[in-house]
Design a protein around this ligand. Sequence first.
Ligand code: FAD
Ligand code: SF4
Length: 564
Amino acid sequence: MDFDAIVVGSGISGGWVAKELCERGLRTLMIERGRHVNHRKDYLDFSPPWELPNRGLVPEDEVKEHYAIQGTSYAFNAGTKQFWVKDSEHPYSTPDDRSFLWYRGYHLGGRSLTWARQTYRFSDIDFSANKKDGHGVDWPIRYADISPWYDRVERFAGISGASEGLEQLPDGQFLQPMDLNCAEHAFKERLEKQHPTRRVTIGRCANLSEPTEEHIKLGRGPCQLRSVCDRGCGYGAYFSTLSSTLPAAQRTGNLTVITDTIVESLDYDHAKRRVSGVRVMDTNTKQRRSYQARVVFVCASTIPTAQILLASRSEYFPDGLANRSGAVGRYLMDHVQGVGAIGTMPGFLDRYYYGRRPTGIYIPRYANVTEDNSAQFVRGYGFQGKGERPSWDRGIDQVGIGAGLKQGLRDPGPWQMVLFGFTEMLPRADNRVTLHATRKDQWGIPLVHIDCTHGENDLKLAAQAKQDAQDMLNVAGCENVRSLFPQVSPPGSSVHEMGTARMGRDPATSVLNAHNQAHDVPNLFVTDGSCMTSSGCANPSLTYMALSARAANHAADRLASGEL
Ligand SMILES: Cc1cc2nc3c(=O)[nH]c(=O)nc-3n(C[C@H](O)[C@H](O)[C@H](O)COP(=O)(O)OP(=O)(O)OC[C@H]3O[C@@H](n4cnc5c(N)ncnc54)[C@H](O)[C@@H]3O)c2cc1C
Ligand code: SF4
């Protein structure tokens, strides 16, 4: 055997698996399709706006030619461009009338470099939702199974947040929370008075408000509140593969990393019921080869993981590896976005804030938890948001001219409150990823075809969330309250794609068991978002981390006991 374990992908989930396996003494190979990125050296977080081309904007022509999808992300700019794929080089297909926005970064660290670091636990309300209302299959785990792993990943990643004692948003191992500003305090007080069933808290985020000894040992420092995190952070103050899990794995001496190497498919040995090889292609030379290991973890993220499994056809798995259930590629989910509101909060004009806090406020789910909406829809939604005073650049769309305009822009604008909804999407078999029958990419690999729409319940939730956002700003005394978006955004917009190799109790209807292990292939594990059985409404990456750490330790135990 070349290695004890192979991990496909170096993003949030692959990083966690590699760290845990290496710490358990397993010789681990991490295979990443994108280029190598050097922590610190390759980031542009110390470049002031005047040193970035076009003051940080990417020319429209370039966006149109190369970044038609990626360029629509709020986080895409000249400082982060290197962490987004060129759509022109990495095409995928959708039906003509149904778009799916697929945001990606192919490089060491994956989207752990660009993520917004919002980190919320799922609760038993989420883990039992499918069973309760019959949409999707039952999760094979409950909160008690994952809770110690949330503890473990939170301690290591460093999550700043406040405990709230809520059933729907379990508390965790938090570092000191960041502060609400005066407008947010007022919003909280007024909203909670009018709606005692709702709660406003500071956003829980993977930024080190106070590093522990373990963080410092890894070379991580305290957050400086610069809020340029999506360029990479030279202080290592937010959790990413490069700041955290990769150095932890590397210090064991058990990790080998190869970049610029695409995993095309997995070989299957029917006699042994095992994955027997990982087939790869060098992205530059197009040379092919294969690696062997005792266990294989696929953590390429939800859509590429489905692509790899579907491409791994054999006599015994004609529809793709571990796909006896037919569930691989199906039940694709995201959170519905394009729901939100903005309003002006009168007063507090003598108050400001210091720094650029890298998180906002959070309103945990209340629909069908502390309030009964069951006559309208199942599940619920949460809100992220913030209060801030706009700077001089608000003048861009302000009517005016000359000295009067300039003088007026010297002072910050009035306080504004914004809320963005994240609403749960139900798992539906028709929302799926398949391999394109004829089109291939530059490496000769079939393109993925993504067919995904919002269902009736998803849209009902979004409509109510849109109304609630405006109502909440109104009851908090905001003025000129208006909706932020004319309609919901296409699926994919939340960058929370999930579900294409779901966990479940029954091998006939699911791909993975309670330990993220393929029902059909014991040495195959999948721990990225594809394993998710339902989407909840909270940002999911913390759950991928906990499931990854849990599955890696399960595999290490089984290897040690000789069962694998
Ligand atoms: C702007 C932005 C904001 C976000 N904010 C949040 C947030 O606040 N909270 C939250 O929970 N989530 C957030 N997310 C989502 C979060 O980034 C993802 O959920 C998370 O990164 C998924 O982890 P992953 O390991 O599955 O995939 P990724 O991090 O995408 O990593 C997958 C890796 O696999 C590699 N790969 C793919 N295919 C292959 C192949 N065939 N062979 C070899 N390697 C391959 C890729 O190059 C990549 O490096 C955000 C994402 C973006 C872009
Ligand atoms: S806000 Fe904190 S984590 Fe983000 S770039 Fe600045 S120092 Fe790093």
